[in-house]
Design a protein around this ligand. Structure first.
Ligand SMILES: C[S@@+](CC[C@H](N)C(=O)[O-])C[C@H]1O[C@@H](n2cnc3c(N)ncnc32)[C@H](O)[C@@H]1O
Length: 272
């Protein structure tokens, strides 16, 4: 039973889609098995802390109908989705808002959104349903096990204070062979990001997300996709400082792209 799922609006609800279990009843899970369980904690207590300790629901209480990353980042992400998400499958857009970055020309069977602001989610044209949940208060998702082909989480993983439990829940709701795509850049609401993220580097943040996947038994080895800003600005700026800044992508002004991707149990072979 899936509780608290809000249809977007009558016009957006696809009549053929019901909010019922898509659990493959033939897929048996062994209660003794360690698959899907948390093997070890990645973060220390200190690493989970935020500068702004007020409620996340309050922080996201007013809608932000903005894009949090630039067009280059979004176009790279949409291409990753085009490659990894199969049409006519069931997708969970985790920690979403008014935009899901899915390719416009691809039809999915069902897209469920999760987030903290109902007005943002209600405006998202890709969602069939959405639900609200503060994952720093409660990590258990009221969603059926093995019910999604893919879970995506865009520019939001840095806000999770209990990522190991959240990744274990994502594992549970994915179908075997389902994919979890976590993408991020170097932007954040600084006061709301956890200390381990704030104080990290681009490299350590990628490693952190890799470790979140590794903390749950049964995810495949995480793949990392990086697309760093070009050094065009640096080539035009011939000074030694310009060259060094360009090396770190500081002159391009565009957002670096990182995605960490893993599958539940196995990576399916693509038919194309
Ligand atoms: C920077 S926005 C990204 C929104 C969207 N994924 C996008 O690509 O534009 C961060 C999102 O993280 C989610 N979020 C932050 N803290 C959260 C929490 N404690 N529980 C659940 N979701 C949270 C909110 O939905 C918020 O919209």
């Amino acid at each position: 039973m899936q509780a608290n799922l809000h249809p977007i609006s009558a016009s957006h609800v696809k009549p053929s889609i019901k909010i019922v279990s898509t659990l493959n009843e033939n897929y048996q899970t062994n209660p003794q098995s360690s698959v899907g369980k948390i093997k070890r904690l990645v973060l220390t207590q200190e690493g989970r802390t935020k500068l702004n300790t007020y409620s996340d629901r309050d922080f996201y209480a007013y809608p932000r109908l903005v894009t949090h990353v630039d067009d280059g980042f979004i176009s790279t992400l949409t291409n990753v989705y085009r490659e990894r998400l199969r049409p006519d499958t069931e997708i969970l857009d985790f920690m979403s808002s008014w935009i899901s970055h899915l390719p416009n020309d691809v039809k999915y069977k069902r897209v469920v959104g999760h987030g903290l602001n109902a007005q943002e989610l209600a405006k998202n044209p890709r969602l069939d349903y959405f639900f609200i949940k503060d994952l720093n208060k409660d990590q258990q998702l009221e969603l059926e096990s093995c019910s999604f082909d893919a879970v995506v989480c865009t520019v939001s993983v840095q806000y999770l204070q209990q990522p190991e439990k959240v990744f274990a829940e994502v594992f549970r709701v994915l179908k075997p062979g389902g994919v979890f795509i976590v993408s991020f850049s170097n932007r954040m609401f600084y006061e709301k990001a956890i200390s381990s993220w704030r104080e990290g580097t681009a490299y350590s943040r990628v490693q952190l997300v890799v470790q979140y996947f590794q903390s749950v038994e049964g995810f495949t080895e995480a793949e990392v996709v990086r697309k760093l800003p070009t050094t065009k600005g640096a080539q035009e700026n011939k000074s030694p400082l310009g060259w060094i800044m360009g090396l770190f992508g500081l002159l391009s002004g565009s957002d670096p792209f990182y995605a960490v991707i893993a599958y539940r149990n196995f990576k399916p072979i693509q038919d194309d």
